[in-house]
Design a protein around this ligand. Sequence first.
Ligand SMILES: [Fe+2]
Length: 289
Amino acid sequence: MSDPDRVFTILHGSDLHFGRPHAPAAAKDFLTLAHSVSPDLIALSGDFTQRAKNREYAAAAAYLKRLPQVPLVVTPGNHDVPLYRLWERASAPFRNYRRWIADELDSAHDLGGAVVVALNTTTPDRTIVNGNVADAQLERAAAAFARAGNGGLRALVVHHALVGAPGGDRIAALPRARHIVDRLAGMGVELVLFGHLHRAFISVGVPNGPGEADSPVLLVCSGTTASDRGRGREKGKNSCNLVRVTNDRIAVTRYLRSASADGFQPVARETFPRHDFAHPSPPGTASGA
Ligand SMILES: [Fe+2]
């Protein structure tokens, strides 16, 4: 991002849930938005399917081919591993995901001015809904982020939430969320994109209490972009985010789609300064680890 006029744009959607809850009209509207905003990168933070079935994945894979041909960063969600097919869940939980969506479960993408890492937070051998980030994954992320140049964006994509939705939620944040965010801050990560909660919001770090935050990492959640499973204020709605990164700012625009509106419409825009992030600590030097 050394060019002062450089803008790096990420379109972030999540929770497409191909299968029974999938909303084809919303998916079509997301395609329209994706082609109109010309992103540099598209990030989709998991739950491509409802039950990890081949026919659901086939539909999801066909859909992904219709997105703009820009780098696509994906990560599996808890719905992308079998829930009821217990033998498959135990022996090859990611077989269909790897066949249809992406072979790599953790991945790193060097995009020239931005390094984006995706980590698989699902734990099919341990819990059904909640996830986890292992220390070994954080070490791999640190190694990938170390390759980013000064001023380059470092961003992470995961499925599970690093902070709960405002107003409370029965779905918990990832275990050790504060530790993970502290480690990410030490790697110079500025932005984490996730889904899972089916409603969009932004948190500046993990709050200690109301109005407080202890880390400058932006935690950005997308609602469900193309299913009927919106929760809270997004019940019956769909959302996604457009993130514009310049040398000195990160601007996040939330797009919302409701039955009464014409496609995805921008409903909120928040801008955050990047000056705190310009000179990250050497990778791996975690604070509060
Ligand atoms: Fe989901």
